[in-house]
Design a protein around this ligand. Structure first.
Ligand code: OSB
Ligand code: MG
Length: 371
């Protein structure tokens, strides 16, 4: 495979508004600024990545502007004009920067895209993914009442989604899950707490064991694996970790400790495709199923999510819903579409979707160029 040398990097900071505000245990998001990273190599090929951050440091410590700062000051200078023989080297090139995984992943994923395009291959082929279709679930934010939630669940089941994920928080949990289960006793159903509980809530969380959930995602602190291991010994529902598995090492420790039985892999949270693949392989050899989480991405981040989900141990439907669920108009062509809960993996080179430069520039509030 041909190496790649990035000659130019563009940071397109765009402002996007969700069609429907999304409420989690940490708040409601209506719109956000994100940074779309474009890398251009010496032959003029563009590769694309996305910071998957939002305006607030509420999911983890990063925000769009901390990511932009890290990119400008440290990450872009590190890769500019360097010959990179394979994008799997980029993760280690960034090891001089602690954490800031979403900033790193934004540019690392762009380099993977450019490398795949330069070598005339779809990205999933470069990473060894084999699926041609992927199954999709729907993540539903906290609703005003359980009745509102049941209505949404009905709508999404009718659209064909293969899994329903319900956001929960203290005060909006058992009664919501109860209402959904009463109407739908056997659908694949799970809850995501986004770190809203503590070990003081063990007795309360035990009540979820009555609802045959496929998992509860990140019930305890965003950076914890110890208390999760204690909780897992006390509840039957499998725990899935999201926030607190931010690296291969945290995945290894969580598995060894028994802190979870399932892992949600997000490319941004772990610092890029290379690390996401290592976590995928580790989970596979430990019989820990994985699925691809979402961060309400635009089409660029979503396209990468689709590509990584082609790896074989992504056996649970991911949160990679179609573009029209998030945006009036996405920034890629074609938009991501779904048929009865299935997305066809695009056959085109790189991420398989084209960035629409008109739509990108309409939403752009700031552009920075480095060469
Ligand atoms: O915890 O998975 C999460 C959205 C923003 C931040 C964190 C999470 C989420 C979602 C939405 O659940 C997933 C999506 O549809 O993109
Ligand atoms: Mg989550």
């Amino acid at each position: 495979m041909q190496p790649i040398c990035v000659k130019k990097v563009l940071l397109h900071i765009i402002d996007v508004s969700l069609k429907t505000p999304f409420t989690t245990s940490f708040g409601t998001m209506k719109s956000k600024e994100v940074c779309i990273v474009e890398v251009i190599d010496e032959s003029g090929v563009s590769g694309w990545g996305e910071t998957v951050t939002s305006n607030e440091p509420d999911y983890n410590e990063e925000t769009t502007y901390t990511a932009v700062h890290m990119l400008k000051k440290f990450l872009v200078p590190k890769i500019l004009n360097k010959e990179i023989s394979h994008p799997k080297e980029v993760f280690d090139m960034f090891s001089f920067v602690k954490r800031n995984h979403m900033a790193k992943a934004a540019i690392e994923t762009a380099i993977w895209d450019a490398f795949a395009k330069k070598n005339g291959k779809p990205l999933h082929e470069v990473i060894g993914g084999t699926k041609t279709k992927i199954e999709v679930g729907k993540s539903i934010g906290i609703q005003p009442t359980p009745e509102h939630l049941v209505e949404k669940v009905e709508q999404f089941l009718n659209e064909g989604f293969k899994k329903i994920k319900v956001k929960i928080a203290p005060g909006s949990d058992i009664q919501y899950i109860h209402a959904v289960r009463e109407k739908y006793p056997s659908i694949p159903l799970m809850a995501d707490a986004n770190s809203a509980y503590t070990l003081n809530d063990v007795e309360h969380l035990k009540k979820l064991d009555d609802y045959n959930l496929i998992m509860i995602e990140q019930p305890l602190a965003h950076d914890d694996i110890i208390d999760h291991a204690v909780l897992q010994r006390n509840i039957k529902t499998p725990i899935c970790l999201d926030e607190s598995v931010y690296s291969y090492e945290t995945a290894r420790k969580a598995i060894e400790f028994g802190s979870c039985r399932i892992i949600n892999i997000k490319i941004g949270r772990v610092g890029g495709i290379r690390e996401a693949m290592r976590i995928h392989d580790l989970c596979q050899s430990n019989n820990i199923p994985v699925w691809c989480g979402g961060m309400l991405e635009t089409g660029v981040g979503r396209a990468h999510n689709i590509q990584i989900t082609t790896l074989p141990n992504f056996t649970i439907p991911g949160d990679t819903a179609p573009s029209q669920h998030y945006w009036e108009e996405d920034i890629i062509n074609p938009e991501v579409t779904m048929n009865q809960g299935i997305i066809e993996v695009p056959k085109g080179i790189g991420i398989g979707y084209e960035v629409d430069r008109n739509k990108l520039s309409k939403k752009r509030i700031h552009l920075e160029t480095f060469e």
